[in-house]
Design a protein around this ligand. Structure first.
Ligand SMILES: [Zn+2]
Length: 44
């Protein structure tokens, strides 16, 4: 799991694993995250 924050206002949105799209409750913008690519890069 990886802690994620809104890219636009910095609000903490929670923790995710894999791919997610989360609408920020504060600024109403859509944040897209992908933690899979980062984990694969570390593993090699
Ligand atoms: Zn936000």
């Amino acid at each position: 799991m990886e802690e994620i924050k809104c890219k636009y206002c910095g609000k903490k949105l929670g923790e995710i694993e894999g791919i997610a799209e989360i609408k920020c409750p504060r600024c109403k913008k859509i944040n897209k995250f992908n933690t899979v690519e980062a984990q694969e890069a570390q593993g090699d």
